[in-house]
Design a protein around this ligand. Structure first.
Ligand SMILES: [Zn+2]
Ligand SMILES: [Zn+2]
Length: 331
């Protein structure tokens, strides 16, 4: 399958959590957790459309100010999603600065909280000195936090030392594979029209006419369904899971195995070695072995572990190797 999501950790596995996911052919990106963001350029930050924060511990939100700084003068809207309490935490962060002389600024921050007891949405407009404007409860059926024609993100609550830490599932609703040889046979020139074609296919607008660029110059108009028959086939969309800061409880392990089922890519914390399971329990984190076992049980295709405790800095490959062995080991 040709990737439509290009995920990468912003920092090394011992540093703050932040997973940057570039969306192919859209010039857009999503961010999962918001730890130290110094490694991201302003240009990369400004591609962000939504940020998903697992929970309010400092290593997961400390980069928020860098985002705010980058977006402040932009005519843009940024969605930040997270567990209950996030809007108050953001209110606190925003009230730590002076906001006179921002009249006419157009940037808007929307904070969407979601937990099992319900949802809440708060709008913060730069032009209104970032005063919180309550938008009331917002339903997020099955934890659906964000949805566009190209992707959707669900949140799944996990227990983390008495608070909720949200895991996230990023999915492509439907994967449209293009047959390159068919493009050549029909004399079609690949270009931005292909993204429009895929979007319309996902919207099931079968009678829509698509303007197709031709190799010989000019363009042709083809009905969507006809075009699909000629050049494409549909398959299950790509699925990426991001899981961090979860106590090693049976209930959490069940949930993680369920949410990660058949994922193409699982990014999951491996904070301690399994030899320190007791410490992992006390600190409400997963061990590397548990991360690998979960990946194996869920049948994921690729595994990436991160959020290592600095206790293992002297043997930096240990947790990765432990997780990999549990993931790939013999039955
Ligand atoms: Zn953490
Ligand atoms: Zn935490």
């Amino acid at each position: 399958m040709r990737s439509v999501f290009f995920p990468r950790l912003v920092n090394g596995p011992f540093d703050d959590p932040a997973l940057y996911v570039h969306l192919a052919n859209r010039g857009e990106a999503l961010l999962f957790d918001c730890g130290d963001l110094h490694a991201l350029s302003t240009r990369e930050m400004l591609k962000l459309r939504a940020v998903f924060i697992s929970h309010g511990h400092i290593d997961h939100v400390v980069g928020f100010d860098a985002l705010l700084r980058a977006f402040l003068c932009q005519d843009a809207e940024l969605l930040v999603c997270g567990p209950p309490g996030l809007a108050d935490q953001i209110t606190g962060r925003l009230s730590g600065y002076t906001w006179n002389l921002v009249e006419g600024y157009r940037f808007t921050l929307i904070v969407r909280e979601w937990g099992e007891s319900g949802g809440r949405q708060v709008r913060f407009r730069a032009g209104n000195a970032f005063l919180p404007e309550e938008e009331g409860l917002r339903g997020c059926p099955e934890g659906l936090l964000y949805e566009t024609v190209a992707c959707r993100v669900r949140g799944v609550p996990l227990e983390h030392g008495g608070i909720v830490s949200l895991a996230f599932v990023l999915e492509e609703p439907l994967h449209v594979a293009i047959h390159k040889d068919a493009l050549e046979r029909w004399g079609y020139l690949p270009g931005p029209w292909l993204t429009r074609f895929k979007d319309q296919l996902r919207l099931r607008e079968h009678e829509v006419l698509i303007e197709v660029s031709l190799v010989d110059g000019g363009s042709a108009t083809v009905e969507l369904a006809e075009l699909a028959d000629r050049i494409a086939h549909c398959e299950r969309g790509m699925k990426i899971c991001y899981v961090t800061d979860a106590a090693p409880t049976d209930a959490n392990l069940e949930r993680i195995a369920g949410l990660a089922a058949n994922a193409h890519f699982l990014v999951i914390e491996a904070v301690f070695s399994h030899q320190e399971l007791e410490r992992a329990r006390q600190r409400s984190h997963l061990t590397a072995q548990l991360a690998g076992e979960l990946a194996r049980r869920a049948g994921v295709a690729r595994l990436l572990v991160f959020h290592h405790s600095p206790r293992y800095l002297d043997s930096p490959g240990l947790l990765e190797a432990e997780a990999r062995q549990a993931f790939e080991g013999e039955d």
